[in-house]
Design a protein around this ligand. Structure first.
Ligand code: SF4
Length: 726
């Protein structure tokens, strides 16, 4: 188009797993506006406050103030990184990685990525780490987000695949939202739920959450369960369903295994006991089970309240138990449905971009799968040793076992729990590479090498949303400064490492001189697509051209299929060895980091409506602070009175790991003995010191490193704290 003419580019919002389509308007090559894409099946033209202000975060003034625009490098820890060229920075990274591998072995390298990387970025990173370097120490901030959902699906249904779709909101007669504040975390999905309720006044909405959130305010039935008691709740609901004849024995017998073993555990959860454990009235438990078991179809929606838990996998699996026992899965309006936190946590799982996964839902523990992937990649092997997950990786770096950390598109110096350990890790590692779009994150000051990356509006590729729908992301303007695409940066280091570590190569693809021959995002995606052939997420029928012509599609979509797949397991067959879904027979166990007389309050963390993660992007816009302008701790009025506190007083919040000072806010959403802090603010605002006096960061000065032993997802929804006036 002639210069100055308006241009419109279809892309996807980068903020949450709803995956809304956007149309970006550019003038003179600069992004000037964004609108919802009326043709995108996730949002039909709607955008929330975050999505509708995206263009403002790409304004030149924001770019100049907040973006990382040039590579930088330091060779002495006591110096600041100096601006350098790309080739110098990339040479340095490759040479240092090769040196550390030679000296300490490949497991001395840790790669830490993000659910905001595009699928193409993820694919090249995974191949670089597991294929070329030869370590499975590749994890991402998706470990903080969806790994319990992954483990829950695999334990029960066989593979990591959400079985339902957004259209099911309007088919359901009962919606059960548990551990999710959809009104804030997935605003456009919440609009769709509101629409479904308006269209169908008979639809029942049950919300289970320790906080009476904006989502809970809309419920027909609110279950204010105590933090961490979800497994007891789900066993209790199944107990009632059994007692009242609401289970579907025909479905259980035809399509599942393990139900008899579960019966005894469920029998041990009568309503009176569950009411006592969960703090929910017995009558409300009965009502919930009756609606979920009889006012069907029933759709369950869940997010971090289930996932961010030291029993996260069991919470997911026992909720799925209820759906299997009542046959509420694989039908319109029915199923367990995890809502993805990040925009592309799903895509990352698809390419196997985590420490225990391999490409296209292959299992690292399976020798045949490792051989398949090594052959696909043309490398000597894929190591068998599982990699270190997010919390484990930083603990290993703090102990000096991991010598190099390469961090891409995420901010662990704010977002990981137990910041004292994270900061020690960043100080102890010999090499810290930070690949980032923004210069303002708390992790940037720890970098020995800074690699500027492109971001929303500048990138090409794909993402997958909560309902398995693959959408295109398209660039609307040129990269800012010297920023490069994440997949290009991984590729360019990989090509250098191929020369330094030739023993890792096994085969060349015909006509190429590198295992990383990609010149476009589409070439990367095509290789990923080929790796899915015959797998549960087969997308061999899909292409960039088809996405262009027919719009976003839901996987699987094997070769020969005209369109994607809305729902899974409609035939009652599951991708397990027996073809049957498996009941999870697991006990209820309370939260770790218990509340005591010294630390009597259970601290919950979560999102606000208008902010995103550590605010590197949303924090650049004043208007997004109109909803909530400063950090605070929400407490019930009783807890203020007991401590002689008034609204707005400053308090010290102290856990077993550190402390912060914040104003207190009286909130009717809180129950006595429970508190809530938003996750978005960091050290700059909250300050605070730990027991040893070192600086700590935001709410994660307080949170605990305990994680689910199955998913390794940390318990960010509960930490025992004390609160005192300052
Ligand atoms: Fe973006 Fe999520 Fe809002 Fe949609 S709901 S506009 S994906 S932040």
């Amino acid at each position: 188009a002639p210069e100055g003419e308006r241009q419109h580019t279809r892309a996807t919002c980068p903020y949450c797993g709803t995956g809304c389509g956007v149309i970006i308007e550019t003038r003179h090559g600069q992004i000037v506006d964004v609108q919802g894409d009326p043709d995108h099946p996730a949002n039909f033209g709607r955008l929330c406050t975050k999505g509708s202000t995206l263009h403002l975060t790409a304004a030149p003034a924001v770019t100049q103030a907040a973006r990382l625009l040039q590579p930088a490098l330091r060779t002495q820890r006591d110096q600041a990184p100096q601006a350098t060229t790309w080739s110098t920075a990339l040479d340095h990274v490759a040479q240092e990685l090769a040196r550390i591998v030679r000296t300490h072995g490949p497991d001395a390298i840790g790669f830490y990525g993000s659910g905001q990387l595009l699928t193409e970025d993820y694919y090249v990173l995974n191949k670089l780490a597991k294929g070329l370097v030869g370590t499975n120490n590749l994890d991402t901030n998706s470990r903080l987000c969806m790994s319990s959902a992954v483990a829950g699906y695999k334990a029960t249904l066989g593979v990591d695949a959400p079985p339902a779709c957004y259209d099911d909101f309007q088919h359901a007669r009962t919606l059960f939202i548990v551990g999710a504040n959809t009104a804030y975390a997935h605003p456009i999905l919440f609009r769709r739920i509101e629409g479904a309720r308006k269209a169908n006044p008979d639809q029942k909405l049950i919300v289970a959450d320790p906080r009476k959130t904006e989502t809970a305010e809309m419920a027909d039935l609110y279950l204010p369960l105590r933090p961490g008691t979800d497994v007891a709740l789900f066993h209790g609901l199944l107990h009632i369903a059994l007692a009242e004849g609401l289970i579907d024995m025909a479905y259980i017998e035809a399509h599942t295994e393990g139900f008899e073993a579960l019966r005894a555990t469920v029998a041990d959860h009568p309503p009176a006991r569950v009411a006592d454990v969960c703090g929910v009235p017995e009558a409300d438990l009965l009502q919930a089970a009756r609606w979920m078991g009889a006012h069907t179809p029933t759709l369950s929606l869940y997010c971090q309240g289930l996932n961010q838990s030291s029993r996260g996998t069991d919470k997911n699996a026992t909720l799925i138990n209820f759906h299997l026992a009542t046959g509420q899965i694989g039908k319109p309006g029915a199923g367990p449905f995890s809502l993805t936190g990040q925009p592309n946590a799903m895509g990352g799982r698809e390419v196997g971009g985590m420490a225990n996964l391999l490409s296209a839902h292959r299992d690292l523990a399976n020798p045949a799968h490792r051989e398949e992937v090594a052959a696909l990649w043309g490398v000597a092997d894929v190591p068998a040793q599982p990699g270190k997950t997010a919390v484990e990786m930083f603990e290993a770096a703090a102990r000096g076992e991991i010598k190099a950390l390469w961090i891409a598109c995420t901010n662990p110096a704010q977002s990981l729990p137990d910041q004292a350990t994270v900061r020690k890790a960043l100080e102890t590692a010999e090499l810290v590479v930070v690949q980032e779009a923004f210069a303002t994150t708390a992790t940037v000051p720890y970098a020995d090498v800074l690699l500027p990356a492109t971001t929303w509006g500048e990138k090409d590729g794909t993402v997958t949303n909560s309902e398995r729908r693959i959408s295109r992301v398209r660039a609307a303007q040129a990269p800012s400064g010297l920023a490069r695409h994440d997949w290009q940066i991984f590729r360019d280091v990989a090509r250098r490492l191929e020369a330094l570590m030739p023993e890792r190569r096994a085969t060349w693809r015909t006509g190429t001189t590198t295992l990383f021959p990609y010149e476009t995002a589409e070439q990367v995606w095509n290789e990923h697509r080929d790796s899915t052939r015959g797998r549960d997420l087969d997308i061999t029928g899909l292409s960039y051209a088809l996405l262009e012509q027919q719009g976003p599609q839901q996987w699987p979509m094997p070769e020969g299929h005209a369109q994607g797949t809305a729902r899974l397991y409609t035939d009652g067959r599951f991708p397990t060895p027996s073809g049957r879904a498996r009941f999870a027979n697991v006990p209820y166990e309370p939260v770790q980091d218990p509340c005591t007389a010294e630390f009597p309050i259970s601290l919950n963390t979560g999102r606000l409506r208008d902010q995103w993660h550590g605010m590197s992007r949303t924090g650049t816009l004043g208007r997004l602070f109109g909803h909530v302008s400063e950090p605070c701790i929400d407490l019930h009025a009783t807890d203020l009175q007991q401590r002689g506190l008034a609204e707005g007083d400053l308090v010290e919040v102290r856990s077993r790991r550190g402390s912060v000072i914040v104003p207190v806010h009286t909130s009717e959403a809180q129950r006595p003995g429970q508190a809530f802090m938003a996750m978005h603010w960091g050290q700059e605002v909250l300050g605070g010191t730990g027991p040893e006096g070192q600086a700590r960061t935001g709410v994660n000065a307080l949170t605990s490193p305990f994680f689910c032993p199955k998913s390794k997802q940390p318990e960010l929804k509960h930490a025992a704290v004390q609160i005192s006036p300052v």
